[in-house]
Each structure stands twice: as structure tokens, then as C-alpha cells.
Design a protein around this ligand. Structure first.
Ligand SMILES: NC(=O)c1ccc[n+]([C@@H]2O[C@H](COP(=O)([O-])OP(=O)(O)OC[C@H]3O[C@@H](n4cnc5c(N)ncnc54)[C@H](O)[C@@H]3O)[C@@H](O)[C@H]2O)c1
Length: 453
């Protein structure tokens, strides 16, 4: 190719790029109407405490995750008064766990996909935990809030920008909370590093990275549990469809929605290859799953620029061989922490520019881990973080505190999935984040999880 050819090909590339950018502007404008949507005429839910009580809890979804949450809830003495699942045997098994914990058998709701409505219409229920497939999250959360229940919603929260606004609006109108159950925010390392960030150990923060790198191929093709619904998500969208495990802790370190907020996102994906390759090796040629067309790229890399200028990289890869990793990196003017394995490098601490283990920073261990760490680790759910999260949720309700992760966090963290999809589908163009707090992020305090108890 001679120089002129290069010029021509660059010109046609830029024309193509320009067309993509124009399309992206259209998308951004489209999202823009949602970006500036008035959530409701009602007051904010920022810093609004839970109504103080020992909550009566119900659970929708007694599958893999729901059962695990239930075991942790029971260990934290949650009063379980109702369980709902499409599959009666699963609900019965969950009920047996409640009885084994010394409580009365909770009422079961197993009469079809809308039986949760009967359970959530009860007057003697305060808090609903939702652990169902993603397509049900918004409907169940909204129904719960509209029927006077606080909501604890499994990750990845809700899946469209419209639904982000719907949960914000409903929370404000009903004065009920909608907390995302982002367990990774409650890990030992994450809570310790959060306290070090607040003690200024990393200086002024500059950038962070989070990821969900988890080989889910076997799970996605299993004929039980998540295999029944999660692979379908890979038929719908190309982007980071499960961003919050990596993102939540980094957002906490940076005080997102508390003096800063996500500004815009740029996202790109590799082609999809892993699920095709896996099924070729593991399924028979006439298996109906061989006809599925997966569109979610194997590795999605998104970059978020915050309004204050910080950057966050978020990755998602579940369809290739890879050791489990959430990266969990935070860096500032005085040092850097990165997980998997946990290691730290602080200015002036180490002469040979090598990482150090985090053990020597035990003094920053979170008070929740000091008091509850032993039981959390014995229970085991994701290294104990599941128990710490649920213990803390119950503590917030029992003591009448605001939730650590509120509806604005739930909406902002959830929004990364649809906004990354919008960016990918328009040539990785930048797409703006809505401000779900409508300006209130500016004067807001840091999350209580940073400083409590
Ligand atoms: N935070 C974490 O670490 C973590 C881990 C795993 C899963 N999850 C999340 O938990 C949720 C559930 O995942 P899972 O692994 O338990 O899946 P699962 O398939 O094992 O369980 C889902 C359950 O929901 C039930 N269900 C489906 N539709 C229903 C309806 N309309 N009414 C009542 N029950 C219904 C199913 O019968 C099933 O028992 C998902 O949002 C997933 O992303 C989070």
C-alpha cells in the first residue's frame, strides 16, 4: 500500500468512524432523554434510614444463590416468614433449612411465576430478598416497594436505563429502599482497603480497575440452575452484562455518588468465540443449543471517566479458560493496591519497587470483620463476604440506619451494562451516564460502610 492508499483508507476509515459517531450521538441523545429524566416529584432517598425494626424477611428464588443467602440470613437470626420459587421442591428444601434453624416453617409460594405477588401483598413482611433470573429483577423489586417492602436485590441489579429510573422513581415515591446485594463490597480485602483509602494511605485517588473474569462455560451449559436462563443473556447483548462485582468496590473507594459520579463510558468487545468452541466439544450435533447465536463478546473492556476526571477499567469475561479474578485495583498519588493475590505498594515503604502482602495493614481491618469474621469464614459464602453483607443489611434495618448501597448506587452500578452495550454497538463511542441523584451526589457523605461501626 503506498502513502496515497493509506490516506484514502484513513479517509474512508474516518468517514466510517464519523458515521458511527453520528449514530452514537443519536443513541446518546436517545439515552439523554432518559439521562435527564425526572425520577419523581418525591424527595430523595439519600441518607434516609430504614424504619427501625427486626425485619420479617421473605425470599424469592430458592435456587443456588437464594439457598446460600438463606443460610447466611438464618445464621444472622433473620426471621424468615415466606419463601417463593417456581419449583416446589426447591422451596420445600429451603423451608427445611429454616425449620432446622429453629424457626416456624415459613409459608411457601410455588403457584407459578406471579405467586410472589401474593407473598409481597402480605402485611406482615418488611424486607424481600430477590435471587431470581435477571429478567425478573425489576418487576419483583417494583412490586415489593409498591407493597411497602424494602428490597434487597441480587446482582447485576436491573438491566436497562429505563428500569434504573423506574427503581429510583418507585423508591422515592414509596419511601422504600432498593439495595443491590453486591457482596464483593463486603470482602475482607475490600473493606480493609476502603478504610485505608479513607485514611489517605493511597493519597489522591486517580484510577481503579474491576473485573468479573470467571470461567462459567460449564455452568452456562448445565441443564440445571443458571444453565436454564443465564446463557440466554448471551443471545441478547454485547457489552459488560455483569459489571458490578468488580465495579462496586472501586466505586466505593472513589466515593462515587458521594462527591464524584460516573461521567461517561467507552466500551469495546472482542468477538464471541468461547461458547461456540465449548459447545462444539461438549454437545451433540443435533442438540438444539447448537443453533443458538451468541452475541456477547468474550472479553468486554469498558472505561469509565468520572466527572472529577478519575478513570475506571471494568472487564467481563466468562466464556474462556481463566482463573477467577476481580482485579480490584485502586491507585493514587501515594500507592496502589491490587488483588488476586492481594498486594500493596506504598510510596516510601519499600525500596526495591516490589509488591508487599497486605498482612502488615491489619490495623485497618474492618470492625465488621473483627467481630463477625470468624462466623463469616465458617459459613464460607464467597470467603465470608455473603454473611458480612447480610449481617450488615440486618444491622442497618435493626438499628434504623440508611443502607450502605442505596437505590442510586443500585441504578448507577446497574447502568454500566446497558451503557456499555450502547457504546459497543456504536463503534465504542462515549456514552454519558444519567445522574440518578439529580445533583445530590455533590454534597453527599461517604458511605457508612467506610467508617462504621
Ligand atoms: N452475588 C453473587 O455472588 C451471586 C452468585 C450467584 C448468583 N447471583 C445472582 O443471583 C440471582 C439468582 O441466581 P442463581 O444462581 O440462584 O440462579 P438459579 O437458577 O440457581 O436460581 C434462580 C431461582 O429462581 C427461581 N425463579 C425463576 N423465576 C421465578 C419466579 N417468577 N418466581 C419465583 N421463583 C422464580 C428458579 O426456579 C430458581 O430456583 C441472579 O440474579 C444471579 O446473578 C449472585
Amino acid at each position: 500500500m503506498n502513502f496515497d492508499d493509506k490516506e484514502i483508507s484513513f479517509a474512508s476509515w474516518s468517514r466510517r468512524r464519523f458515521m458511527q459517531m453520528s449514530a452514537a450521538t443519536a443513541v446518546a441523545a436517545n439515552l439523554g432523554s432518559l439521562a435527564h429524566a425526572e425520577a419523581s416529584g418525591s424527595a430523595t432517598m439519600i441518607d434516609v434510614p430504614f424504619q427501625k425494626k427486626d425485619p420479617r424477611v421473605v425470599l424469592i428464588g430458592t435456587g443456588g444463590r437464594g439457598t446460600n443467602l438463606l443460610q447466611n440470613l438464618l445464621a444472622a437470626d433473620a426471621q424468615m416468614v415466606g419463601l417463593c420459587d417456581l419449583v416446589k421442591e426447591k422451596a420445600e428444601h429451603a423451608a427445611s433449612l429454616v425449620v432446622a434453624a429453629g424457626q416456624k416453617k415459613p409459608e411457601l409460594y410455588t403457584d407459578g411465576p406471579h405467586d410472589f405477588e401474593k407473598m409481597l401483598s402480605r402485611q406482615d413482611v418488611d424486607l424481600v430478598v430477590i435471587a431470581t433470573p435477571w429478567v425478573w429483577h425489576t418487576e419483583m423489586a417494583i412490586f415489593g416497594m409498591k407493597h411497602g417492602k424494602d428490597v434487597a436485590l441480587e446482582v447485576p441489579g436491573v438491566t436497562t436505563i429505563e428500569d434504573c429510573w423506574k427503581i429510583v422513581k418507585t423508591s422515592e415515591e414509596t419511601r422504600k429502599h432498593c439495595m443491590m446485594l453486591e457482596n464483593c463490597c463486603y470482602g475482607y480485602n475490600e473493606t480493609l482497603i476502603l478504610r485505608m483509602v479513607h485514611a489517605g494511605k493511597f493519597g489522591e485517588l486517580l484510577y481503579g480497575e474491576g473485573a468479573y473474569l470467571h470461567d462459567l462455560r460449564e455452568e452456562l451449559f448445565s441443564t440445571a440452575g443458571e444453565g436454564l436462563w443465564r446463557r440466554a443473556e448471551h443471545l441478547k447483548r454485547d457489552g459488560n452484562i455483569y459489571p458490578t462485582h468488580g465495579l462496586g468496590p472501586v466505586a466505593n473507594y472513589m466515593g462515587i455518588q458521594r462527591g464524584d459520579r460516573f461521567g461517561y463510558i467507552v466500551s469495546m468487545s472482542t468477538p464471541q468465540r468461547g461458547l461456540d468452541a465449548y459447545r462444539k466439544e461438549h454437545l451433540k450435533a443435533d442438540d438444539p443449543r447448537m443453533a443458538e447465536k451468541y452475541v456477547t463478546g468474550d472479553m468486554n473492556t469498558s472505561m469509565i471517566k468520572t466527572v472529577n476526571g478519575l478513570t475506571i477499567t471494568v472487564k467481563h469475561a466468562v466464556a474462556n479458560p481463566h482463573p477467577y479474578d476481580r482485579i480490584n485495583l485502586i491507585a493514587g498519588t501515594k500507592g496502589v493496591f491490587q488483588d488476586y493475590p492481594p498486594r500493596i505498594y506504598l510510596d516510601g515503604q519499600n525500596s526495591d519497587e516490589s509488591w508487599e502482602p497486605i498482612d502488615k495493614w491489619k490495623e485497618y481491618q474492618h470492625p465488621l470483620w473483627k467481630t463477625e469474621g470468624e462466623i463469616a469464614q465458617k459459613l464460607g459464602g464467597h470467603g465470608g463476604m455473603d454473611y458480612i453483607m447480610l449481617y450488615r443489611l440486618l444491622q442497618c434495618v435493626r438499628e434504623g440506619l440508611p443502607p450502605d448501597i442505596d437505590v442510586y448506587d443500585t441504578a448507577a452500578w446497574s447502568s454500566v451494562a446497558p451503557l456499555s452495550v450502547a457504546s459497543v454497538s456504536h463503534g465504542s463511542a462515549p456514552v454519558e451516564f444519567p445522574d440518578f441523584t439529580r445533583g445530590k451526589w455533590k454534597q453527599r457523605k461517604v458511605s457508612a460502610i467506610a467508617t462504621q461501626v
